[in-house]
Write a new protein. Structure first.
Lengths: 99, 502
């Protein structure tokens, strides 16, 4: 039994705005299934006394004081942008016409 | 977009349906630096001048949480009577809009910093307790401008341009529990809640809460259920509600719109709607993505927050006087009625009156000008009182000029007008417009003689003992002096000249 269905892969692709062909969906569904299965094996190792954790380090409360530090210049900030307009990052159309 | 919206008259809608409200309010914190980096947060800076590798998501840059923002969020939670989490994490909210260059927003999901509180608000003399579901901390997004297309909206635009100055500014989201039982007062309750919340933020000093600049933004959820039913209907979420008045109008409009659809057997679509300030109506926006589509997961780049209980207790002990308590105290100090206090509260005049009193004006005078002439002017210009171009100090000065007899009320109104029109301070306006009460006795006496000569009948009546007739003569003097005479002194002089003792 698969850990992830082809439909779920198609849904994730849509959320990520990736246009995948039918062959690609099949391909990724198989690969993702293997990845999920491999990660799932880790939880088999975890015993009752190992709580779920999201961080490798036993640290909490790492804060910085509310102090202003120098920023980039707009030229520096925009230097890697594929397109610039009005000192802003120009991005392609986000959504099409309303359905 | 051209379909006309059918509305059911409000009274009829309320007869048939009961509204349930939910309010989600975003407050931009007034920290000097951003949430996860040291960039400045100044409003209105030139585009992309307050950005760095962290808020632009350049490879390898890592966030570090701003301690002041955490502290402010805890203080907000405490002021809203919430429990403060002993341990919680940030979470990534994944989505593809380019307003966050990381392709996710750092937010909180199932572990908010503050939960389960309430805020009491007053509507029509009744206290309504609004439950608070949660208060969490996240980062604001960049500002997109959509270019091309007919509407300037995201739909149908040719492309967009993005300014990331706002991306990463600490943003607190405050979510109410469903508000039931507000009934026909629902629009007013919604407005009163946002008003009270805004004052609370101001009292805490955590944000400048300027709705017009977007540092306080409100999303309004409304659903209707048929009378007698206990099952809630489908809700809509109206965004873009950028003034207190709009909060009230948006709720009202959604009630009228949804009632019309439901009464015709239609169903409400769960969706985001946009509020339009000019017409007071809402239109459909993008249909709401399911929460799971955001694929939240714990933010691996930030370690958990575990506020020390001693720190939380210290913050709680140091909370300032809360606005509702302050209002009660001021009401006593000023000796005004519940109704007058409520009117000042609704008009957002309490801070202004307080500052005017602090500048030396008697409370009654301060209230009279702010709630009278100045409220009228603000209303005419459709701006909040606090946006009028006059300071509490200047209003106090006008009060002092009236009290000293240098101005009467009529002249004072002209002084206020001059100040509002940018002619300078009250004293400058008095000088430049020549607005001094005529207290030159010779001049006043001459005017009175003229008026008595022109109104011989009235003068005779007064001589004959009909003191009441003096009113017309005083009126004549005021008219002849174009309002600059001291009416009380004029009355004395008239009676003296006519040989009558008052």
């Amino acid at each position: 039994m698969s850990a992830i269905t082809r439909d779920e892969v198609a849904h994730l692709a849509r959320l990520s705005r990736l246009a995948l062909s039918d062959e690609e969906l099949d391909h990724y569904a198989t690969q993702l299934d293997v990845i999920i299965g491999s990660v799932a094996r880790v939880s088999e190792v975890a015993a009752e006394d190992v709580p779920p954790s999201s961080h490798a380090l036993p640290l909490t409360n790492v804060f910085r004081p509310d102090e202003v530090r120098p920023c980039l210049t707009p030229e520096q900030a925009l230097s890697g942008a594929p397109a610039v307009e009005d000192q802003r990052f120009r991005v392609p159309r986000i959504l099409g016409e309303e359905a | 977009m051209t379909t006309t919206t059918t509305l059911m008259p409000y009274d009829e809608a309320l007869e048939r349906y009961e509204p349930v409200l939910g309010l989600e309010t975003h407050v931009e914190l007034g920290t000097a630096s951003k949430m996860f980096c040291g960039c400045a947060t100044t409003f209105g800076a030139a585009p992309n001048t307050q950005v760095c590798p962290v808020c632009l998501a350049l490879p390898g840059a890592l966030p570090v949480a701003n301690e002041k923002a955490i502290e402010s969020t805890i203080r907000i939670g405490l002021a809203l009577n919430c429990s403060i989490a002993s341990w919680c994490r940030f979470a990534r909210k994944n989505y593809f809009y380019p307003d966050m260059p990381k392709n996710y927003q750092i937010s909180q999901y199932d572990e908010p910093l503050c939960t389960d509180g309430y805020l009491d608000v007053e509507v029509d003399g009744t206290v309504v307790r609004v439950g608070i579901e949660r208060v969490h901390l996240e980062e604001d997004t960049g500002k997109s401008t959509h270019v091309g297309g007919a509407t300037g909206r995201i739909h149908g635009a040719d492309y967009s341009i993005v300014d990331y100055n706002r991306a990463g500014i600490p943003l607190v989201e405050i979510v109410t529990k469903p508000i039931e039982g507000a009934d026909r007062l629902a629009p007013e309750v919604a407005r009163a809640y946002v008003t009270e919340l805004r004052e609370l933020m101001r009292a805490l000093g955590v944000s400048d809460v300027r709705m017009e600049e977007g540092s306080l933004r409100c999303d309004v959820n409304v659903s209707l259920m048929p009378r007698g039913s206990s099952e809630w209907g489908t809700r809509t979420e109206t965004k873009n509600v950028n003034s207190l008045r709009s909060v009230e109008r948006a709720v009202r409009h959604e009630i009228e719109r949804q009632a019309a659809i439901l009464s015709e057997g239609g169903r409400i679509v769960q969706e985001t709607r946009h509020f339009h300030e000019d017409t007071g109506t809402t239109t459909s926006g993008r249909s709401k993505e399911e929460a799971q589509d955001y694929r939240y997961f714990p933010e691996p780049d930030l370690v958990p927050i575990a506020p020390d209980p001693a720190w939380v207790a210290e913050l709680k002990a140091a909370l300032p006087e809360l606005p509702s308590v302050r209002r009660k105290r001021l009401q006593q100090e000023w000796g005004v009625s519940d109704l007058d206090m409520q009117a000042m509260h609704n008009a957002d005049a309490i801070d202004l009156v307080e500052a005017t009193v602090a500048a030396g004006a008697p409370p009654a005078d301060a209230r009279k000008w702010w709630m009278g002439e100045l409220a009228r002017r603000a209303n005419e210009a459709a701006v909040p009182l606090s946006d009028l171009r006059i300071t509490p100090d200047q209003v106090a000065r006008v009060c002092a000029l009236v009290a000293s007899g240098a101005l009467n009320d009529k002249l004072a109104r002209q002084v206020l007008e001059g100040v509002l029109e940018g002619e300078g301070t009250p004293d400058e306006v008095v000088a430049s417009r020549g607005l001094q009460i005529v207290n030159d006795e010779g001049e006043l006496s001459r005017i009175i003689d003229e008026v008595l000569a022109a109104n011989a009948d009235a003068a005779d009546k007064v001589r004959g003992g009909k003191i009441a007739a003096v009113g017309a003569l005083v009126g004549g003097v005021m008219k002849a002096s174009r309002g600059k005479a001291d009416a009380a002194r004029a009355r004395e002089l008239i009676l003296e000249k006519l040989g009558v003792s008052a």
